[in-house]
Design a binder for this molecule. Structure first.
Ligand code: ADP
Ligand code: MG
Length: 231
């Protein structure tokens, strides 16, 4: 219900997309694992949030009009102290205003930083006029762009389908772990895929959605970015 409310509010405002800082509520409503995240409207608020979350933190530009945050230098990871948070908050917001003068800038998200060694995967769906929502799974970063190593299944997915979709990519062995590395938490990953499948059924107004990346290691998974496109 809460998720539907958020989607309807965006529709009413004729916003074409729901970006990360606006989708936090939706993620929580679905019980998805997310990094601790606080919206800071000033550099002072950002420092207070970082202390609460614990260093190191990530800062991300928070604007309904900026969906590819890195394109405007809007993501800074591994900030270790108040000084770094203060300067990066100012730099990120100033650069965004310069590069996107028409964008409304709410501030920055202050986010828990994933531990070193996590792997990045992408979970998404896209509606097909004929067949309905098509779930997509792939490794993040260069793997999805260059290798096009992605697997697909039509929603709704069964548990068995979720099990299969993560094992059908060519780079599955990277998730299983190389050279004595522990395998990622596959159960947590499959759970997120099943929730994404459920979202596709619950939210017909969302034409396309992407968790990019989901950060995962042998212990836990977290949805570290999300974008939903309305139609
Ligand atoms: P964009 O809008 O550019 O896609 P993201 O939120 O996906 O922005 O962040 C860009 C990249 O920064 C991610 O692909 C990931 O590599 C890294 N990143 C984002 N959030 C975190 C986090 N909480 N912990 C560690 N790395 C992160
Ligand atoms: Mg992203």
């Amino acid at each position: 219900e809460l998720a539907l409310k958020v989607v309807r509010e965006h529709e009413a405002r004729r916003e074409p997309e729901i970006v990360e800082f606006q989708a936090q509520e939706v993620l929580r409503a679905y019980g998805l694992p997310t990094p601790k995240t606080v919206l800071a409207r000033s550099s002072e608020e950002a420092v207070a949030a970082a202390v609460e979350i614990g260093y190191p933190v990530v800062l991300k530009i928070a604007s309904p009009n900026i969906s590819h945050k890195s394109d405007v230098g809007g993501v800074k990871v591994n900030l270790r102290d108040a000084g770094e948070v203060l300067t990066n908050f100012r730099e990120i917001t100033a650069r965004a205003m310069r590069m996107r003068p028409d964008a409304y800038i709410a501030g920055c998200l202050v986010q828990e930083m994933a531990p070193p060694g996590v792997k990045e995967v992408i979970i998404g769906f896209k509606r097909d006029e004929q067949f309905g929502p098509m779930l997509m799974f792939g490794l993040g970063g260069i793997y999805v762009e260059i290798m096009k190593d992605i697997s697909f299944k039509l929603a709704p997915l069964s548990r068995q389908n979720a099990f299969e979709i993560v094992r059908e990519i060519k780079s599955y062995m990277l998730l299983k772990g190389l050279r004595g590395e522990k395998p990622v938490n596959f159960a947590a990953l499959e759970e997120i895929i099943l929730i994404m499948s459920q979202m596709a059924l619950d939210l017909p107004q969302v034409w396309e959605a992407e968790f990019n990346p989901v950060l995962i290691n042998h212990e836990r998974a977290m949805v570290a970015d999300v974008r939903m496109t309305l139609h």
